[in-house]
Write a protein that binds this ligand. Sequence first.
Ligand code: GTP
Ligand code: MG
Ligand code: ZN
Ligand code: ZN
Length: 221
Amino acid sequence: MHEVRFSGEDILARQLELAEANYRRLHEKGIRSVSVLGAIGSGKTTLVEWAITRLEREGLRVGTIAADSAGDDDHQRFVARGARSVNVNTQDDCHLDAHAVDHALDALPLDALDVLFVENVGNLICPADFPLGTDREMVVISVTEGDDMVRKHPKIFAQTDLVVVNKVDLASAVGVDPQRLVADYAALNPHGKIVLAQAKTGRGMDEVLALLGFPCTNTQW
Ligand SMILES: Nc1nc2c(ncn2[C@@H]2O[C@H](COP(=O)(O)OP(=O)(O)OP(=O)(O)O)[C@@H](O)[C@H]2O)c(=O)[nH]1
Ligand SMILES: [Mg+2]
Ligand SMILES: [Zn+2]
Ligand SMILES: [Zn+2]
């Protein structure tokens, strides 16, 4: 086990060092990696399920790290799609950190992977403070959390360049205008991209994957 008992600024510096080590390790293996952050139940796992199916059809070998406080539901969903997956239970912690990702990487067959998705615990607050060392990051929210999500969690949205607003099929049922979320995000992060999606049916997935740097040639869903 690594020594991780530090205090104050040392903790942040150590987290950055571990994140950089993860980044280097993934690059040495030629693996492209994506952190998936977002609200509880917003559709993170559903999006990654589609991504696995889609990218494997493109000939890419996909690995996943599934983080939840308890249980292995998301991990099992990824395994069912054919991903090489590792389950991480964070228990009392409400986020993944670079140290936990390092250990998860130990348990993955890195030589047999081209792409890695890391699904964080559902949470829009502290994951913003814990870099994991992935190449890219996306934040998933859904209309059912309300139209004020971006305004209430500016830090995570200001530092992320790709946001997915999921479950647009439920927008009128919950009385939320997705364009409100689009406008709030544009005000906070003018360079960021935002995709309106319905992950359950795959709507928006082509755009999400293209923005993550995986343009798909086989566009049949
Ligand atoms: N109506 C609708 N439901 C969706 C959509 N995408 C996902 N869901 C449903 O939302 C629920 C939660 O989806 P998950 O993908 O498990 O969400 P998650 O963000 O991974 O959840 P946690 O990991 O528990 O935070 C499931 O019942 C999905 O079927 C969508 O586009 N529309
Ligand atoms: Mg999930
Ligand atoms: Zn350790
Ligand atoms: Zn936390």
